[in-house]
Design a protein around this ligand. Structure first.
Ligand code: C2E
Ligand code: MG
Ligand code: MG
Ligand code: MG
Length: 285
């Protein structure tokens, strides 16, 4: 009986493994097709100056407009894209599309603001990243000061590589921020050595600032530290007015989150660029 059961388990395990790898292969092929057929789209989430309520930046976030499945979120395909290496051409598409869109907004007369683009691990370790980004900036004629690249702490674990790459990016004149700050490896010693411009406080800390005194202390401390290090700071995932007030009182510069707006398509973002975000005014009374 034990033998039988063992064999069954083995078979189940086997067929599971098979279907997992078939699904992966299918998804990988679909991602390749998506690149060719231009099924990816960018959504944009405003970054808001906490004092004035003005939009001072936007983060570009990829979506996959799948012919059958509809809008697919990045968490469903970015990890596999990263593993398979497809993230490199996908990331290049994102970079070019974001720079092009930002240049178009400037040509149309919108007040110039930086656009943030998430870099993947593979992109950050790519040979001649600086040259590739310079090429995109030249092609799209976007002034480098209006491009911000987001990296995560895990990409800075090879400290020498990180410093070298970041220096090269700074030579281009682009801005660099550390995304999801606080969730990964972070050595305060190296933080001051990295030529970065901004920390993005991870959503997980912001979520509980009103209920968890530890998270409140961590967020207040990160903000104070950025002021001492002369870095900008933005809080991610701001969803409530109370969170906003806490961040304001603790001198956070910028905020991003559903309280202001989720990521939206180009037309909705343009509407906000023109008329402002209505909730922002109400929340500052
Ligand atoms: P991220 O870079 O940390 O982006 C912020 C994510 O938080 C976005 O999810 C956004 O919709 C979500 N968010 C913003 N405000 C709030 C809020 O108030 N509450 C909650 N619950 N969530 C909020 P999204 O668009 O699904 O992206 C998820 C992740 O996928 C991104 O996290 C980023 O790591 C990755 N990603 C997105 N676009 C790209 C891309 O073009 N390239 C690469 N390499 N990664 C990307
Ligand atoms: Mg990001
Ligand atoms: Mg983030
Ligand atoms: Mg995040």
């Amino acid at each position: 009986r034990a033998k039988e059961k063992g064999r069954n388990d083995f078979q189940i395990f086997n067929s599971d493994m098979k279907s997992v790898s078939i699904n992966r292969l299918r998804l990988e092929n679909e991602l390749r097709r998506a690149l060719v057929n231009e099924e990816f789209v960018l959504y944009y989430q405003p970054q808001v100056d906490i004092g004035s309520g003005r939009i001072v930046g936007v983060e570009a976030l990829i979506r996959w407009n799948h012919p059958d499945k509809g809008m697919v979120m990045p968490n469903h395909f970015i990890p596999l894209a990263e593993e398979s290496g497809l993230i490199v051409p996908i990331g290049e598409w994102v970079l070019r599309a974001a720079c092009k869109q930002n240049k178009t907004w400037q040509s149309e007369g919108y007040a110039p603001i930086p656009i943030s683009v998430n870099l993947s691990m593979r992109q950050f370790f790519q040979h001649n990243l600086k040259g590739k980004i310079r090429h995109v900036l030249e092609q799209t004629e976007l002034d480098p000061q209006y491009l911000e690249l987001e990296i995560t702490e895990s990409m800075t674990m090879d400290v020498d590589h990180a410093i070298q790459s970041l220096l090269e990016l700074k030579e281009l004149g682009v801005n660099v921020s550390i995304d999801d700050f606080g969730t990964g490896y972070s050595s305060l010693y190296y933080l001051k050595k990295f030529p970065i411009d901004k920390l993005k406080i991870d959503r997980s800390f912001v979520r509980d600032i009103m209920v968890d005194p530890n998270d409140a202390a961590i967020v207040a401390t990160i903000i104070a530290m950025t002021h001492h290090l002369n870095l900008k700071v933005i809080a991610e995932g701001v969803e409530t007015e109370d969170q906003l007030k806490f961040l304001y009182q603790n001198r956070c510069n910028e905020v991003q989150g559903y309280w202001f707006s989720p990521p939206v398509d180009r037309l909705e973002l343009e509407h906000m660029l023109r008329y402002g975000i209505s909730v922002a005014a109400a929340s500052r009374e």
